[in-house]
Each structure stands twice: as C-alpha cells, then as structure tokens.
Design a protein around this ligand. Structure first.
Ligand SMILES: Cc1ncc(COP(=O)(O)O)c(C=O)c1O
Length: 426
C-alpha cells in the first residue's frame, strides 16, 4: 500500500503550472516530452552557480573540490533511484547529455569494438556480418537509428520484435527472433507512444540465454515506476533527467560495472585519459571518466540528483498509484465517438501516456484546438514512426501525465476532446 501523499501540495511546488494559457489555467499533459521542474530542482541549479561553480575532477582549489563532491553526490542520488552502484571505483552510471547521447555512445562504442578497438576485453561488443541486432517496432528513433546504423556499419543483420494489435511488444515468438546469432537486444521499457509497459523479463532472459547483451531504454519508465537495473538484470540502460523532473542537457547511461570496464570509449577529449602522447596510443581512464570526455554538465547533474531524491521522498509506489488514477481518466478518451486509443485500452501494465487518433481530424488541428483551451498535449509521430505505421497512421495526439497532474486535468482534456470532431466538421 503506497503511503498517503498530498499531491495538491506537490503540484504547488511547480511554479510554471500557476499560469493562464489562452485565458485558461494551464493543464500540462506533455510530460512524456519533458517534465516540469519543482522549485527545489530550479533552486539547486541556481544555488550551484551562486556558490560552488567550478570544473570537476580538475584543479586543486576549494571550489573545484566542492563541485566535484556535489557532482558525484548527484550521480550517487540518481544511482540510488535506479538501483545502480555509485561508490568510487564501482560507478555504473555514466553522465551523458541525455538518453539519445547515451544510446549513441553505446552504439558508437560497439562500433569501435567491431573495428578491434578496446582489445581482447572488448571483443564481446564486436559485431560482424552474420551477427544480429534486435530491437522492437515500438522504439523511439533514438534506439532505432543508432542501432540500425551500427548494423549498417558492421554488416550485422537488423531485426525487430513485432507488436500486438494494441501496440505491446510481442513476447510469444522470442526464440524465433532472438537467436544464437543475436549479439545485442535493445528494447524500450515503456512505449513513448502507447504508454505500455513492456514485459521485459522474458526478453532479457532470452537475450542472456543466447549470450546477447540487453539494453533498456528507460526514458519513459524511470519517471513513473520503481526501476531497479540490478533487479532487472539489464546490461545497459539509458534515460534522461529532464523527463524525471530534472534539468535538460543531462542524462545517464547505466552499464554493469564489468561491462563498462571492458567497453572502449566513444568520445575523446579532455578528462578521460590517463596518458596521452604524440606517438603512442593514449591510456584511457577507468569508467565512468573514460566515457565523460570534456567539461561535464555539473550543475545539471547536481540538480538531477535533487530531482531523484525528491522523487524518492514522494515514493515511487505513490507516484505510480497517483498516475494510474490519471491514466484511468485519460483512457475515457476512447469512449468518445470517433476517437481511437493507440495502445492498451485497459489500465494495466501501462502508464498515464495515452495516444489517440481523432477520425478525420489532423493531429496538428487537434493540438491547436486543445491548446486554445489551455491544455498542452503532443502531436506528431513522437519520434516513433514505425509504431505509427503499425497503427496505420503517420501521426497522432498524445496526452501524458506527471506527478503534478490531477484527475481534473485529465477530465478537462476528455471534455475538450468531445468537441473536436464537431468543430472540424468531421
Ligand atoms: C522512449 C524514449 N527514448 C528515448 C528518448 C530520447 O530522450 P532525449 O530526447 O531526452 O535524449 C525519448 C524522448 O522522448 C523517449 O521517449
């Protein structure tokens, strides 16, 4: 049983929500794109710049030492949120510019290993013709494209898990799709279009049974569900801070420590090298520094840590339960004549992200009509074109919840949606 939380009080922590849009109180239902930030996160970033701003892991001065401590403390808090190690020498979270950057880092590092970089230890990441990379048709382009590109570069075969009619990743034919030749499996934890929670346990088990690495896109799960990478036994995972109430410009790539230690770097530059020469190969640092070339988003990591702690203080069970209530209301969109939900209609194994199609009305028109009533939703293909083709569409409308949403927010959208087809004469 989740503890009792006053979600009205939580909502009041988000200054941006206290405004009018087009003469209506703002209803923000676009958290799958980016979440709003509580005051403590906004303050943490400002406070860092006001009091301890300095580069990290360099410089012998006091501010640099404090900044380094704050940076590592931020990493440790985020690690606690997702069940990863953060003790010195055992870190399993690499700071990235976001999930997209983390997934590209991984695909590039695998590509480097395929070229023989990283020596014997990196052979486990190397791909060649005949090997297979498996994703799902539900992927965001930031999984689809880096791993498709990796297949083109290495000659590996690119395959995918298909979807059920309501857009869930199919797990009934895993042995067929994930074979002895499969080296990499990359799948989303929660579909960014459908809100469906993927049944990842059998996919991970099958990937490991054939010796493949399993990569989780945790972008849409970490903000809404209790996620523990150790318990899930994923090999790598990527997520963005801005979707979990933290700042933009920062994300994290999780990797099991022994895998990060064997993985060759993907980005090169300052702060990732022990020894650099003109006429010899450089010797790279241990993870996570090996993957963190250049000046890091220090203030953002500090603020991401504050966001993670803030979420843990509310409790992930309470967040999940609260948003299930919003999802139940949003799913009533499917009861409106001419509106089709793209994804599971039932409120189980899903989050409060609900995409829908309005028969005869283009999503851009829907978005504008809804926006005129002060309600923010996302329209378009949500960077997931293949799943839209699966539904026979190019684009859709998507409402997505955050902790600050109320049942009334969802009801406002449902009420507004009832007028769409009439307004456009559909
Ligand atoms: C499922 C999923 N994966 C990856 C991403 C990419 O995240 P970012 O744009 O923060 O790098 C997103 C963002 O929308 C997403 O929803």
């Amino acid at each position: 049983m989740a503890k009792m939380i006053d979600f009205d009080k939580i909502r009041a922590e988000f200054p941006i929500l206290d405004q009018q849009v087009h003469g209506h109180p703002l209803v923000y239902l676009d958290s799958a794109a980016t979440a709003q930030k509580p005051q403590c996160v906004i303050d943490a970033e400002a406070e860092f710049y006001r009091t301890i701003n300095a580069g990290v892991h360099r410089g012998a001065h006091e501010l640099a030492a404090r900044a380094t401590m704050a940076f590592e403390d931020g990493r440790a808090k985020v690690a606690r949120l997702v069940g990863a190690n953060a003790a010195e020498g055992e870190e399993e979270l690499v700071v990235t510019a976001g999930a997209t950057a983390g997934l590209n880092l991984l695909a590039t590092a695998f590509g480097n290993a395929s070229l023989g970089r990283g020596g014997q230890a990196a052979k486990r990441f190397a791909l060649q013709p005949g090997d297979e990379i498996v994703v799902s048709r539900a992927e965001h382009h930031s999984v689809l494209l880096p791993f498709q590109e990796l297949a083109y570069r290495t000659g590996a075969t690119f395959k995918w898990l298909d979807l059920t009619e309501d857009g869930r990743v199919r797990t009934d034919n895993l042995d067929e799709v994930i074979t002895e030749r499969t080296k990499v499996v990359a799948v989303t934890h929660v579909g960014n279009t459908t809100g469906a929670i993927t049944d990842i346990a059998p996919i991970i088990a099958r990937a490991h049974a054939v010796g493949a690495l399993f990569i989780l896109d945790a972008c849409q799960s970490v903000p809404h569900l209790k996620v523990d990478f150790h318990a899930l036994d994923v090999d790598f995972a990527a997520f963005s801070a801005h979707k979990m109430y933290g700042p933009t410009g920062v994300g994290f790539l999780y990797g099991k420590r022994e895998l990060l230690e064997a993985l060759p770097p993907a980005n090169f530059g300052g702060s990732m090298v022990e020894l650099a020469y003109m006429d010899q190969e450089a010797q790279y640092m241990a993870p996570p520094a090996r993957f963190e070339a250049g000046t890091q988003p220090v203030a953002q990591v500090v603020a991401a840590g504050v966001a993670a702690e803030w979420m843990m203080n509310i409790g992930l069970d309470a967040i999940e339960e609260h948003e299930r209530g919003i999802a139940a209301e949003l799913l009533k969109l499917g009861d409106i004549d001419g509106i089709r939900i793209l994804g599971p209609r039932e409120n189980v194994n899903r989050i409060g992200t609900v995409a829908f199609d309005v028969a005869g009305v283009h999503p851009h028109d829907v978005g504008q009509y809804i926006d005129a009533q002060g309600i923010a939703i996302r329209v378009g293909h949500h960077c997931a074109q293949p799943i839209h083709r699966h539904f026979g569409l190019y684009a859709s409308n998507r409402a997505s919840s955050g902790v600050y949403n109320t049942v009334e927010d969802a009801q406002a959208l449902v009420e507004a949606a009832k007028g769409i087809r009439k307004f456009f004469g559909a």
